[in-house]
Design a protein around this ligand. Structure first.
Ligand code: 5GP
Ligand code: ZN
Length: 138
């Protein structure tokens, strides 16, 4: 009778262990994350748009007449943690669509991503602020 160590050689066991640790860590981060809970509908927020990849909702403390946050549904803590250009391209594409087509900010708008504490980031789930509805001083 072959022992399981022969069936699953060392590199396979190590890779499996790593992926289990990664899954547990990601699950813990997501269960602790305010914006993951908002995207999952566990915490109410003023939803303005949703698709398979992103969720957009009104900021609870608006800094402009229109202030919407756009988040990827996948938990990414901060911009500098994302090494997936396609994901960032998708996020920016949705930001433009939401600002122009959903929020109808024809006069223009500002997009802000605060990165880490020094950049003013308070919630550690990547999000883009869309600000509009008035003339915005720089
Ligand atoms: P950051 O400073 O991380 O770039 O932006 C976080 C934003 O999330 C802030 O503008 C803050 O007002 C908003 N925010 C924090 N908690 C909540 C919440 O529970 N619901 C909503 N809708 N917005 C929130
Ligand atoms: Zn999250």
């Amino acid at each position: 009778m072959p022992c399981w160590m022969h069936i699953f050689p060392y590199p396979v066991r190590f890779a499996t262990l790593l992926s289990v640790i990664r899954m547990i860590t990601m699950e813990k981060l997501m269960t602790d994350c305010l914006f993951c809970k908002i995207a999952a509908g566990e915490i109410p927020a003023g939803k303005v748009y949703e698709d398979d990849d992103v969720f957009a909702f009104k900021d609870i403390h608006p800094k402009a007449p229109t202030h919407v946050l756009v988040i990827p549904k996948m938990h990414i803590a901060t911009l500098s943690d994302c090494d997936d250009p396609a994901m960032l391209g998708m996020l920016m594409d949705r930001v433009g669509t939401i600002a122009d087509d959903v929020l109808q900010l024809a006069a223009g708008y500002r997009v802000v991503i605060n990165v880490r504490a020094g950049g003013g980031q308070e919630v550690f789930h990547l999000h883009a602020h869309i600000l509009g509805g008035k003339k915005l001083p720089f």
